[in-house]
Design a protein around this ligand. Structure first.
Ligand SMILES: Nc1nc2c(ncn2[C@@H]2O[C@H](COP(=O)(O)OP(=O)(O)OP(=O)(O)O)[C@@H](O)[C@H]2O)c(=O)[nH]1
Length: 351
């Protein structure tokens, strides 16, 4: 019997809302490899599990807290299970770990590297070109971004469609100062499309997910550079809709949130003018929000609606099914409004 080859593992990091799930969906849409996916959301409900448009792809979710602050054993047991393959016992060609936006992706890679069945391919950190310079300079969150960038093998600039050339240059300069010597590539603005994953597809096609050879092994930074505090530095609040919500009231609530709320995401049954609820993805990164219909898993034609709704759990299963909806807010600790106030605010958007 020949020993199995170790499975390559790519760690996909980047601050809250940088575009990790969008890129992952673009990767899955190519359908050329058998991926094993691990996702870690910071909030108590794993919204990403509902947003990753997978089919025939094995996915494991780790919820409630940041992977890099949690026990190595939990993470590695889940990764080992992924590497062993699903019910058919066929191992994936590649594992991609989407870390939470507040995690230190290098730490996640270092833990995974302890497993002999895994081979760390690289730590790819996404940077939102429209927000990176401001976030790097932010008193509360700057350190988190600096650590993510400085410990990356490759930095991919996303959302280049949202900036002009001067804005792009400013973002690149700020990131280069934070992460001297780390390779950085920007997606072509013309290919950036959050809807069809065009941006991600362009990056993937240009080989952008493969860090320059040798960099992964070279970047073993000292342990005291590890962020063990991400869980303490950020706070989240989650809300279950338990029924449809009104679109106008939802938008009013989102825009009334204080600027300290860095990220809102979820899937809610949103009723528009005709009063009929439709499963809707709610995205807010900084002040920029989007509401889009919940897409079917890649390769499926039927919408991800209908059928008996599975229980809404921490894993994100069931979100988007009839009447089941959830929203997660994330802010630097201290910047999140009080939970009772948020509860009142969002309870008022129910139909
Ligand atoms: N304009 C534009 N929007 C993008 C691009 N990439 C992602 N987005 C949007 O940015 C928002 C956040 O994208 P996600 O892929 O969910 O970001 P994420 O990094 O997975 O978010 P977290 O897991 O919460 O940290 C969504 O509304 C996306 O549609 C891009 O290249 N251009």
């Amino acid at each position: 019997m020949t020993a199995r080859q170790p499975i390559p593992v790519t760690v996909l990091g980047g601050f809250l809302g940088a575009g990790k799930t969008t890129l992952l969906n673009a990767l899955l849409a190519r359908g050329d490899r058998r991926y094993g996916i691990m996702v870690n959301d910071f909030g108590a409900i794993n919204i990403d599990a509902a947003l990753i448009r997978r089919r025939d792809t094995r996915m494991i979710t780790l919820t409630n807290g940041c992977m890099c602050c949690g026990p190595a054993a939990d993470q590695n047991a889940a990764l080992t299970a992924l590497a062993e393959g699903g019910d058919d016992g066929i191992p994936p060609d590649q594992i991609v770990i989407e870390t939470s936006g507040v995690a230190d992706p290098r730490r996640v890679a270092q833990l995974a590297a302890l497993e002999p069945t895994l081979l760390i391919d690289g730590v790819v950190v996404l940077a939102d070109a429209s927000a990176a310079a401001g976030l790097l300079a932010d008193r509360l969150v700057g350190d988190t971004l600096i650590r993510q960038f400085a410990r990356a093998d490759l930095i991919l600039l996303t959302k280049t469609d949202l900036v002009n050339p001067a804005g792009l240059a400013q973002a690149q300069a700020a990131i280069a100062r934070a992460a001297p010597g780390v390779a950085m590539i920007a997606s072509p603005a013309s290919a950036a499309s959050p809807d069809d994953g065009g941006f991600g597809a362009a990056l993937v096609a240009s080989g952008g997910l493969s860090p320059p050879a040798g960099t992964a092994a070279a970047r073993h930074l000292p342990d005291d550079d590890i962020d063990h505090q991400a869980d303490a530095r950020f706070s989240s609040w989650s809300w279950a809709s338990r029924g449809p919500v009104d679109r106008g009231r939802l938008l009013a609530a989102l825009t009334a949130l204080p600027p300290g709320v860095l990220r809102v995401k979820g899937v809610l049954p949103v009723a528009g003018a005709d009063g009929r609820p439709a499963a809707t993805v709610v995205q807010m990164v900084g002040r920029r929000w989007r509401l889009t219909p919940l897409a079917a898993p890649i390769g499926d034609t039927a919408p991800a609606l209908g059928g008996p709704p599975p229980a809404l759990g921490k894993t994100g299963r069931g979100i988007g099914h009839d009447g089941q909806g959830a929203l997660v807010l994330i802010a630097a600790t201290g910047a999140l409004p009080a939970a009772p106030d948020l509860q009142t605010m969002f309870d008022a958007i129910r139909l």
